[in-house]
Every structure is written in structure tokens, then in C-alpha cells.
Ligand binder design. Structure first.
Ligand code: FAD
Length: 405
């Protein structure tokens, strides 16, 4: 058998049948891999996309969001409703509820699971929003036009509050920080977003911590009681990697699989991709853990290339995501923590504006609210590391690319 034939005869097993797992399996076939591809997912449903869960699926405008992938035609061996419980890296073998599964190459794509509110786990009327089952449980809650308390003014909290207001529910969002998106954006950038809640008819209470959930109410740490027929908790997600504890595969401080710049883990023949992993960004000089859809699309192409090809492919993306909230299309690209200058384009009180972050004159990150052309051009300029003139950049009437110095 030639080296190449041997390489193609390998068995690749992908754990997690979400976006990253499905895309890895598909990318392997697209890139010509002819060996066995097995995709194992814990959820019973046909693999599906998550962003519509807080949008069209929640509002009943779409029944589901199953991926349009013909697994059988692609020769992908799909096992659903099957949880992987452990891995023995020395034996190249997984343990599942239905017995052991051997692999030559393993791809970890188990995503993330929502952080729960202490003391509120399993309490009737308290919901999370991560899975299709969660969205299906929440649909009738919206339809009943209940009083809803959303815990957390992050991306999920904002999108859920948007849908709940659209459905006619009374919505109070309680947030422990002083503003929405405190973990994602600097104060001066996120400040105008607080007004979006009020515009939509939702009440945003900042500096508000949940003390406990009682039947019919959420009690805050200042003693106030907020009526709640239902509570939706959106306080973040953590990598779904508990099953890897003790496996020898290195996990980071947030429980994420620590991957290298080829998305390889610390164990031989094991890769990690999507929400469950972090990787060192050469572009930004720090390790990134990205919990967004585009990362679960791009990362798998690198993993597949590294499995198929002898020449290692490096993963160094410009991270990108979008959010649809309060009638606005919000997009973000790049990573702003190392920026040394911020330039605004347009009035943040208005419907459309952008914020550009520069480092040594180069665009490193961009937030665009209702300005998708800024984003289309900005992503390319970040990718290319083009030097921009901050004065020209600050003029929202000019195309962003016209600010090239
Ligand atoms: C409601 C919602 C809305 C979103 N909206 C946006 C958006 O507008 N824009 C954006 O950029 N991003 C959005 N995201 C984020 C985006 O959906 C995620 O980044 C993406 O789904 C990550 O894909 P993944 O495959 O890494 O993880 P996941 O989608 O979490 O998939 C992982 C899968 O692995 C399975 N699994 C876990 N452990 C095991 C195990 N031990 N054995 C077998 N299977 C296992 C899980 O059941 C799951 O099905 C949203 C996320 C949610 C929840």
C-alpha cells in the first residue's frame, strides 16, 4: 500500500454533530478524503444550525433549522442520540453508551453548553436556550405572552428579549454588570445599546443580581421581586468537555480543549474545533476561544486540510459574527483588545453606525450596526492589515475602503 493510499484508508471519527462536526465531515469529503468518516452526536435530532433557534425557530417562523446535507450520499456514517463518554488516547479508542469506537484520527467538536444559574437548575419555568429542544419548549411560552425575566444582557439574552417582545411578552432583562455585552465590548461602545432595550419596550435592569427564583418571581439582591411566569437564563456557555477530564488531552482554564495553530490537541491524532476549543492567534498574538458560527465553519476546513494533506495548514482567522437584535443587524469582525485607537463612524444614537479599532494605523477590529458594507470592506482590510487614515475613516459618508492611507 502506498503512503497516500494508507493515509486515505484511515478512519476519522468526529465527536459532536453540531456546526463544527458536520462541517468537518463535509470538508473531509470536499477535500477528497476517501477513508471512513464517522460522525457521532449526543442529540437525537437531525444535525441543525443554532443561530435560527433564537430567531425564526423561536418565533415559529421556521419549524427547524436542519442542515441541508445528504450524509448518506457523502458516505458519512452518522450516529445520533449517542453520547461519547470518554476517550483512551493510547488505545485510539472512544467509549460511547453503545460500546467502544476505534479511530485513527479523532476530531473533537462537542461545542459548548450553557452556564446555569446557581440554585435554578431544574426549577419549573426556568429555561436555557442552546438546543432545538430548548427552543421548542420556549415557543409556547412566547405564545402565551407571559411575563418573562431574561437573566443576562449578552448576545443570547438580547436576541431572546427581541423575540419575546415581538411575541408580545412583557420582558425584563436583569444584568449584573453596568451595561449590556459587558464581557464583549468596551463600555463606551456598548453604552448606546442599553437604549435599544427600552426602544423595544423591554426593561433593562443593570447592576442587578439574581438572589433566587421563586414560583412566579425572580428575587434580586436588592430585595426587589420581578414578576416572572418564565425565566430565561443567558449568562454564557462553557466548552462541553467534562467527558475529557483525565483523558490526557490538555484543557485550558475555561475547560476548553487547548489546540495548537493547526488545531491539533496535546494528544496524537486528535484535533479540536469550534466552540469547544481555543487556538493561538498569530494575527492577534493571544489565545482565542471563539463561540461563534463562522469559527465553526472555517476551523473545520483547516482540520480537514491537516488530515488530508501532508503540509500542515495554519488556522489564523479574522473572527466574525453577527447578531440580530431589536431590529438591528449587528456585526463584529476581528479582535479589539490590542487596539491603540478607536474611530467612530456615524452617530451611535442613530440606526446605523460603526466603530473601528486600529493598532499602529491598521484596522484590527470592526463593529458595524446596520452598516453591512462597512463590514464587507472592513473584513478584507483587517485580513490584509491595510494602514488607514483615521480622519478619512471617521467620515461615515465615505466608503470604509476609501480611508486607505
Ligand atoms: C441560540 C443561539 C443563537 C446563536 N446565534 C448566533 C449568531 O447569530 N451568530 C453567530 O455568529 N453565532 C451564533 N451562535 C453561536 C453558534 O451557533 C455556535 O458558535 C456554533 O453552534 C458552534 O458550533 P459547534 O459545532 O462548535 O458546537 P455546537 O453547536 O454546540 O455543537 C456541538 C454538538 O456536540 C454534541 N455533543 C457534546 N458533547 C458530546 C458528547 N460527549 N458526545 C456526543 N456529542 C456531544 C452536542 O450535543 C452538540 O449537538 C448562536 C448560538 C446559540 C445557542
Amino acid at each position: 500500500m502506498s503512503e497516500q493510499t494508507r493515509a486515505q484508508a484511515r478512519r476519522v471519527v468526529v465527536v459532536g454533530a453540531g456546526m463544527a462536526g458536520v462541517q468537518t465531515a463535509v470538508a473531509l469529503r470536499e477535500q477528497g478524503f476517501t477513508g471512513t468518516v464517522t460522525l457521532i452526536g449526543a442529540e437525537p435530532h437531525q444535525p441543525y444550525d443554532r443561530p435560527p433557534l433564537s430567531k425564526a425557530v423561536l418565533l415559529g417562523k421556521a419549524e427547524d433549522s436542519a442542515f441541508d446535507v445528504d450524509f448518506e450520499a457523502l458516505g458519512i456514517d452518522l450516529h445520533l442520540g449517542r453520547e461519547v463518554t470518554g476517550v483512551r488516547v493510547g488505545d485510539h479508542e472512544l467509549d460511547t453508551e453503545a460500546g467502544p469506537v476505534p479511530y485513527d484520527v479523532l476530531v473533537l467538536a462537542t461545542g459548548a453548553e450553557p452556564v446555569t444559574l446557581p440554585g435554578a437548575e431544574g426549577v419549573p419555568g426556568v429555561h436555557l436556550l442552546r438546543t432545538l429542544d430548548d427552543a421548542e419548549r420556549l415557543r409556547p411560552v412566547l405564545a402565551r405572552q407571559h411575563d418573562i425575566v431574561v437573566v443576562g444582557a449578552g448576545w443570547i439574552g438580547a436576541e431572546f428579549a427581541t423575540a419575546a417582545r415581538e411575541a408580545g411578552c412583557a420582558v425584563t432583562v436583569v444584568e449584573a454588570a453596568d451595561r449590556p455585552l459587558a464581557g464583549a465590548l468596551p463600555a463606551e461602545v456598548a453604552a448606546p445599546m442599553a437604549g435599544w432595550y427600552a426602544d423595544s419596550g423591554a426593561v433593562l435592569r443593570t447592576h442587578a443580581r439574581v438572589e433566587r427564583v421563586e414560583p412566579g418571581a425572580v428575587v434580586l439582591d436588592d430585595g426587589s421581586r420581578v414578576p416572572a411566569d418564565a425565566v430565561v437564563v443567558g449568562i454564557g456557555a462553557r466548552p462541553a468537555t467534562r467527558w475529557l477530564t483525565g483523558s490526557g488531552i490538555r484543557l485550558g482554564a475555561h475547560g476548553e480543549v487547548v489546540a495548537d495553530d493547526h488545531l491539533r490537541t496535546s494528544a496524537p491524532d486528535v484535533y479540536a474545533v469550534g466552540d469547544c476549543a481555543s487556538f493561538p492567534s498569530g494575527r492577534y498574538g493571544e489565545r482565542l476561544m471563539v463561540h461563534h458560527w463562522d469559527n465553526a465553519l472555517q476551523g473545520p476546513r483547516t482540520v480537514a486540510a491537516n488530515i488530508v494533506d501532508e503540509t500542515p495548514a495554519v488556522y489564523d482567522p479574522v473572527p466574525y459574527f453577527w447578531s440580530e437584535q431589536f431590529g438591528r443587524f449587528v456585526q463584529y469582525a476581528g479582535h479589539h483588545t490590542s487596539a491603540d485607537a478607536t474611530v467612530r463612524r456615524g452617530d451611535p444614537a442613530g440606526p446605523a453606525w460603526s466603530v473601528c479599532w486600529l493598532r499602529e494605523g491598521r484596522l484590527v477590529a470592526l463593529l458595524a450596526v446596520g452598516r453591512p458594507r462597512d463590514m464587507a470592506q472592513g473584513r478584507r482590510l483587517i485580513e490584509a492589515g491595510t494602514v488607514l487614515d483615521p480622519v478619512l475613516l471617521g467620515d461615515p459618508a465615505r466608503p470604509l475602503k476609501a480611508a486607505m492611507a
